[in-house]
Design a protein around this ligand. Structure first.
Ligand code: HEC
Ligand code: HEC
Ligand code: HEC
Ligand code: HEC
Length: 220
């Protein structure tokens, strides 16, 4: 009889312990020890940063005060940095308030080029001159080969005319670089963030080499 009593007591004790420690279902963002996968970890981390536990993580936090512009390219929608406000010589019409030819003839007398720092090293001069991209009649905007206005902020449209493959790859995400994070909103560098339109090829660089001098210096 005593043995049965002890047995029952042990059974009841374990029953209570099991009941108290049985895991109940909690929202992953509210626990710190449950990692059911990448997505729940992200929710968890964003709630730790003070964001709403159910809010989808956003890449805007990484963009700072970058001024962006929404674009539609080949069925994709994303954002690119604005450029126009960063141009040193904008508005161009401060000086380009008359025909280019007459500006040029005046300048010839002075014997100095206004844009001496810009030398075109892109396509051959048969294919391209300054006015392939810049408009003689409206310097404040770019223009297409068929003379349609293109804003400086949308300069990728100028490039896309001749570089369709890179343009498709860029719109699809294979060429170029995302800014911010992998999350939405999608913000990408635009062509001129990486390529200088006037000399778009990257300079050749020597490979980094094993620096024997440096190793000797470190030993000292
Ligand atoms: C401070 C005055 C000034 C400003 C601002 C200015 N330009 Fe000019 N630009 C000139 C003059 C003067 C010429 C013509 C003489 C020359 O080429 O030296 C010229 C020539 C040009 C040419 C033709 C060059 C050639 O060799 O055929 C282009 C293209 C051009 N400018 C683009 C621009 C653009 C784009 C802007 C604005 C982002 C701009 N300019 C702003 C003064 C200016
Ligand atoms: C392939 C197209 C293309 C050609 C050709 C071209 N440009 Fe440009 N140019 C651009 C684009 C695009 C920008 C804006 C770049 C940016 O957003 O940083 C620009 C910017 C400029 C600016 C403004 C720079 C600043 O920071 O204020 C000047 C001035 C200019 N171009 C002059 C010229 C002159 C002069 C020539 C000919 C020698 C020329 N461009 C040829 C595409 C072109
Ligand atoms: C009117 C046509 C045309 C436009 C517009 C144009 N390009 Fe080009 N681009 C060419 C040609 C032609 C070449 C030379 C191709 C070659 O050498 O194989 C070239 C070469 C290049 C190269 C490769 C250079 C190298 O040798 O690796 C880059 C990068 C480039 N362009 C970027 C741009 C960007 C960025 C823009 C827009 C700002 C632009 N292009 C606008 C025609 C154009
Ligand atoms: C994040 C930077 C970045 C952006 C944005 C970017 N490119 Fe490039 N691009 C590169 C690099 C890096 C290369 C390889 C250069 C090399 O091999 O020397 C390249 C190569 C190219 C070439 C030469 C291709 C070849 O086979 O040699 C062209 C043309 C070109 N880019 C056009 C564009 C155009 C047009 C856009 C916009 C629609 C663009 N790029 C956007 C970085 C960029």
């Amino acid at each position: 009889m005593k043995k049965l009593f002890v047995f029952l007591a042990v059974v009841i004790f374990f029953f209570i312990i099991t009941y108290l420690t049985w895991p109940t279902e909690k929202h992953p963002s509210l626990t710190h020890d449950v990692h059911h996968g990448v997505v729940s970890q992200i929710y968890e981390q964003s709630s730790e940063r003070g964001a709403d536990a159910h809010e989808y993580p956003s890449s805007t936090a990484h963009l700072g005060d970058l001024d962006t512009l929404g674009v539609h390219a080949l069925g994709k929608h994303f954002f690119i940095p604005k450029r126009q406000q960063d141009l040193l010589h904008y508005p161009c019409s401060n000086c380009h308030n008359e025909a280019l030819e007459s500006l040029k003839s005046k300048e010839q007398k002075l014997g100095q080029k206004a844009h001496w720092d810009i030398q075109l090293k892109h396509a051959s001069s048969d294919v391209m001159t300054c006015t392939t991209c810049h408009s003689e009649t409206n310097m404040d905007d770019l223009h297409s080969i068929t003379n349609k206005k293109i804003l400086f902020n949308n300069s990728f449209k100028v490039c896309a005319q001749c570089h369709q493959e890179e343009y498709k790859d860029w719109a699809g995400g294979a060429h170029g670089k995302r800014i911010g994070g992998w999350t939405k909103p999608i913000v990408k560098k635009t062509c001129v963030n990486c390529h200088n339109p006037h000399r778009p090829a990257f300079e050749k660089r020597l490979p980094a080499r094993y620096n024997t001098k440096m190793i000797e210096q470190r030993k000292q």
